[in-house]
Design a protein around this ligand. Structure first.
Ligand code: GLN
Length: 495
C-alpha cells in the first residue's frame, strides 16, 4: 500500500503499531506534491523542511511515549489560516508578502495534538468563490475528470478548492478549510471527499483571515466521515480570543460516527427539490433517504419556506460584512503598499486596493458598501437581516419534527474551468443548498455518495441542530457506509 493511501484513522493506527513513521508518511506526501502540484496547483506554499523536521520531532515524541491524538499526521492548511512564520496569502495579491507573527487557534490546536503541516493550500481570493478560479495564485484543477472528455479541466469547487483537491489527490491525509456559504461542503462534494462545517462558534475564528464574520466557520475536509470527526475534535473548543466562540463541551465526535440512525427522524425539505436539477442528483437523494430508512431511520417531509430567499440574503449579508472586514487592507498595516512619490493617504489607499484586490473581491466590496450605504441600508441590509431571522426560524420549527435534515450538497457535479465564469449570478447558484446552514449557524456535512453519468462524484448534505454535530456524523456515517463510495480520481498519488 502506498503511504498516501492511508485514511487518517488508518495512518494513526499504522503509526501506533510502528508500521510507518511520520517521516515516511510526510516524505511520501511531499514526493506526491512535487509530482502532482505543478498540474493541480493545490498548494501555494510547500513547507518541505519544516514538515520533515516536524515529522522527525513527532516520531521522537512517539518513541518517548507521548503521542497526541494527531501525532505525526501530515495535513494541508488552507491559506486563510494564519501560520506563525509562514506566509499567509488568503489567495490575494494584497497579502502576497504577509508573514503572520502569530498562529490561528485552530492550527495551534492541530499542532498541539501532533499534526505535521505540509504547507498552505490555494483558495478563492479571500474565500470568495465557488470554483477556486478567483485566486491570485491561479486556478486549482480538480483531480477528477469526465469519462467522455478526460482532457477537460474541471474546477475543484471553492473556496476551499486547494484543500479538497489536495486531499482527493492524496497530497495530504486531511486539510483545514473554512465555510462562509458552502466553501467546505461544495468543494468536498466536487472532489468526492467528506467535509463538515460545524456549528457557528464551535471552532475559534481567531487568526483566520475574515470574510463575513457572522457566517465564517472553520472545519475539516478528509477522505472519510470518521477522519473529519477526528480532525474536528482537535480543531474545536472555546477560545477567549474569539468572542463568538462557544463555551460548550466538545463531545467525542469519533464515537458519534458509530451511533447509527435507528429511531432518528430525517427531514426532507421540499423546497430543496429544484426545477431543472440533474435527475441523477434527485435520484441519489432518494437513494440516500432509502439507505437511512433501511438503517432504521424514519424520513419525514418538512418545509423550510424561506429557502428561496437564502441566496439573495446571503449575497447581501456576506458582501456587507466583507466590505467592512476588508477595509483593513489599506497599504498601511498589512502586505502590499502601492504609492507614488507624491501620494497622499487617499491616493495610497486607492492605488493599493486597486492593485491588490481581484475582480470578484472588488465586486463584493462594491455590493457590500452599496447595501450598507445611507438610503439603501433599510431596503437591503436590514431587510436581509430580517429574512435571515426567518430562515433561522424555519429550521427551529423543523427541529420540533426531525433530528437531522438530508439534502443534496450541490445542484451539479464539478464543472469546467471555463464554465459559469461570465455571469456572477450563475456562479452564486452553486451555493443554493449550502448557504442556509451558514445563515442559521447550523452544522452541515457533505458526504460522497455516488457518481453522475460522467463518473464525477456527487455528495449528499446532512444538516443538524446547533451543537449537535454528533447526530450529523452518525447520519453521515450511515450514508457513507451504504454508498460504499470507492471510486478514485484519475490524478492521484500512487496511481
Ligand atoms: N461561494 C460562496 C461565496 O462565494 C461561499 C464562499 C465561502 O463559503 N467562503 O461567497
Amino acid at each position: 500500500m502506498h503511504p498516501t493511501d492511508f485514511t487518517l484513522r488508518g495512518a494513526l493506527d499504522a503509526l501506533g503499531e510502528g508500521i510507518v513513521s511520520s517521516e515516511e508518511l510526510t516524505k511520501a506526501h511531499l514526493d506526491a506534491i512535487r509530482a502532482l502540484n505543478p498540474r493541480l496547483n493545490a498548494y501555494v506554499t510547500v513547507t518541505e523542511e519544516a514538515a520533515l523536521a516536524a515529522a522527525r520531532a513527532s516520531d521522537d515524541r512517539r518513541r518517548n511515549g507521548v503521542a497526541g491524538p494527531l501525532e505525526g499526521i501530515p495535513l494541508a492548511i488552507k491559506d486563510l489560516f494564519c501560520t506563525a512564520g509562514t506566509r499567509t496569502t488568503a489567495g490575494s495579491k494584497i497579502l502576497d508578502s504577509f508573514v503572520p507573527p502569530y498562529e490561528s487557534t485552530v492550527t495551534a490546536n492541530l499542532l498541539r495534538d501532533g499534526a505535521v503541516f505540509l504547507g498552505k493550500v490555494n483558495l478563492d481570493e479571500f474565500a470568495m468563490g465557488s470554483s477556486n478560479t478567483t485566486s491570485a495564485y491561479g486556478p486549482v484543477e480538480n483531480p477528477w475528470s469526465r469519462a467522455n472528455d478526460p482532457d477537460a479541466r474541471l474546477v475543484p469547487g471553492g473556496s476551499s478548492g486547494g484543500s479538497a483537491a489536495a486531499v482527493a489527490a492524496r497530497l495530504a491525509l486531511g486539510a483545514t478549510a473554512t465555510d462562509t456559504g458552502g466553501s467546505i461542503r461544495q468543494p468536498a462534494a466536487f472532489c468526492g471527499i467528506a467535509g463538515i462545517k460545524p456549528t457557528y462558534g464551535r471552532c475559534s475564528r481567531f487568526g483566520i483571515v475574515a470574510f463575513a464574520s457572522s457566517l465564517d466557520q472553520a472545519g475539516p475536509v478528509a477522505r472519510t466521515v470518521e477522519d473529519c470527526a477526528i480532525l474536528l475534535q482537535s480543531m474545536s473548543g472555546y477560545d477567549p480570543k474569539d468572542s463568538t466562540s462557544a463555551e460548550v463541551p466538545v463531545p467525542d465526535f469519533q464515537a458519534a460516527c458509530a451511533r447509527g440512525v435507528k429511531g432518528l427522524r430525517i427531514g426532507v425539505p421540499k423546497e430543496y427539490r429544484l426545477d431543472g436539477m440533474a435527475p441523477e442528483i434527485e435520484a441519489l437523494w432518494q437513494q440516500g433517504l432509502q439507505w437511512l430508512r433501511e438503517a432504521g431511520a424514519e424520513t419525514v417531509e418538512i418545509t423550510l419556506p424561506h429557502t428561496k430567499y437564502a441566496l439573495p440574503t446571503y449575497y447581501i449579508v456576506a458582501p456587507a460584512e466583507a466590505s467592512s472586514n476588508l477595509a483593513r487592507y489599506d497599504g498601511v498595516r498589512f502586505g502590499l503598499r502601492v504609492a507614488e512619490k507624491d501620494s497622499d493617504l487617499r491616493d495610497l489607499y486607492e492605488r493599493t486596493r486597486a492593485a491588490g484586490f481581484g475582480a470578484e473581491v472588488r465586486r463584493r466590496i462594491m455590493i457590500g458598501t452599496y447595501v450598507l450605504s445611507a438610503g439603501y441600508y433599510d431596503a437591503y441590509y436590514l431587510k436581509a437581516q430580517k429574512v435571515r431571522a426567518l430562515i433561522r426560524r424555519d429550521f427551529e420549527e423543523a427541529w420540533a419534527k426531525v433530528d437531522a435534515i438530508v439534502t443534496p450538497a450541490t445542484p451539479s457535479a464539478a464543472f469546467g474551468m471555463d464554465e459559469k465564469q461570465d455571469d456572477p449570478v450563475t456562479m452564486y447558484l452553486n451555493d443554493v443548498f449550502t448557504v442556509t446552514a451558514n445563515l442559521a449557524g447550523l452544522p452541515g456535512l457533505a458526504v460522497p455518495a455516488g457518481l453522475d453519468g460522467q463518473g464525477l462524484p456527487l455528495g449528499l448534505q446532512v444538516i443538524g441542530r446547533a451543537f449537535d454535530e454528533e447526530t450529523v456524523f452518525a447520519v453521515g456515517n450511515v450514508l457513507e457506509d451504504s454508498a460504499g463510495f470507492t471510486a478514485l480520481p484519475r490524478v492521484r498519488a500512487g496511481a
